[in-house]
Design a protein around this ligand. Structure first.
Ligand SMILES: NC(=O)c1ccc[n+]([C@@H]2O[C@H](COP(=O)([O-])OP(=O)(O)OC[C@H]3O[C@@H](n4cnc5c(N)ncnc54)[C@H](OP(=O)(O)O)[C@@H]3O)[C@@H](O)[C@H]2O)c1
Length: 328
């Protein structure tokens, strides 16, 4: 099968499109013919091994060379074969999953416990846009943020992969949503349901006197002190991510914000989707939202499989409105 293999850290040119053996499913695994995948910051963090500080953390990229040799955390495809203990899936079933690795290949083996039926109303490309970004938004808002109907929610970084799902999920939970993005994405964020949109190039949301019950931060654009200013006295800050630097950012900034938590009345917490053990269950919840028409993936660009390096290069610029998907 064809796969993009990563042997050493580097730019998207480090991804080598090569022919390797098709994986064989273990007893509790399913072999899936990948029909679509998507790219996201997770991929290039592991591709470049940056920020370097993450190499010292469990679950991060390896210290000197990549732990992950085939990137690709999102996958939608068709079941090809199942291991002897798998009863839930059959060849031909259409499925999707959030993986830790392996999506940038024609076939991948996935534990049945991580695989969910693909939403019926989505194409493979649309379904591949969902797993990591939407799971992160759901984890951040519902589990870490304890979202409640009627609350005032601010999504900082509302136009990207996580943000476009977060705005729609927060609306589905009955919240009043303000999205923050740049000028060119204001209409997009409004079109997916935000009640109010703040253009960060024209207005600093930490200085306009508004207060929120919950702030989901995909952008890491302000200090912890500034974020606290926009939270109600019992409000919650959920750190998701932010613009990355080579050495420490955004990890350093997130930890310094979280370190405030014991000292202040607000909750300052972080979402970590890679360590979440409920991703299959969460995908099934998201599939219900999608089939009920409450969430629709926003797709910015589609690339063919051979152009995964170009797709990552585009994603690294950090301004894709919605998701960048790959047809395999
Ligand atoms: N913690 C986790 O488990 C987890 C999981 C997934 C992702 N992440 C992290 O979360 C972050 C977002 O991921 P993503 O997939 O949504 O990335 P993305 O698709 O690249 O989106 C980033 C968004 O941030 C916006 N942005 C950039 N500068 C901003 C600023 N100063 N103020 C407000 N918004 C700004 C951009 O909007 P404009 O184009 O309008 O500027 C862009 O849409 C990344 O850092 C990623 O690594 C964390």
């Amino acid at each position: 099968m064809k796969a993009f293999v990563l042997r050493s850290y580097g730019s998207p040119d480090a991804l080598d499109l090569t022919e390797i053996g098709k994986p064989v499913p273990g007893d509790d695994e399913v072999l899936v013919r990948v029909r679509a995948t998507s790219v996201q910051p997770y991929d290039w963090h592991h591709m470049r091994g940056e920020p370097y500080i993450a190499r010292l953390m469990g679950g991060g990229p390896g210290l000197r060379k990549p732990k992950i040799n085939i990137l690709g955390a999102d996958m939608a495809g068709q079941v090809e074969a199942v291991g002897k203990d798998v009863t839930e899936f059959r060849p031909g079933d259409e499925v999707f999953a959030m993986l830790k690795q392996g999506g940038f290949a024609e076939y991948v083996c996935v534990r049945a416990g991580e695989l969910a039926p693909k939403p019926k109303n989505l194409s493979f490309e649309e379904a591949a846009a969902v797993p990591m970004a939407a799971n992160t938004a759901l984890l951040g808002l519902r589990d870490m943020g304890r979202i409640q109907p009627g609350q005032r929610i601010l999504v900082n970084g509302a136009s990207g992969g996580v943000g476009t799902f977060a705005v729609q999920i927060a609306k589905a939970f009955g919240a009043e949503v303000t999205g923050v993005c740049s000028t060119r994405n204001v209409d997009l964020v409004r079109s997916i349901g935000a009640d109010k949109v703040i253009d960060y190039t024209a207005e600093d949301f930490t200085r306009n006197g508004e207060r929120y019950d919950l702030l989901l931060d995909n952008a890491g654009s302000h200090s912890g002190k500034a974020y606290r200013r926009v939270l109600t006295p019992k409000g919650t800050y959920v750190g998701v991510g932010g613009r990355s630097g080579r050495w420490i950012r955004p990890v350093g900034r997130m930890f310094s914000t979280l370190a405030m938590s014991p000292l202040v009345s607000q909750r300052m917490v972080m979402a970590n989707v890679v360590q979440c053990t409920e991703n299959k269950k969460n995908l099934m919840t998201l599939a219900e939202f999608i089939e009920d028409g409450k969430i629709t993936p926003v797709i910015d660009r589609r690339y063919p499989f051979e152009e995964i390096p170009a797709a990552i290069r585009y994603m690294e610029e950090g301004h894709a409105p919605g998701k960048v998907v790959i047809e395999v």
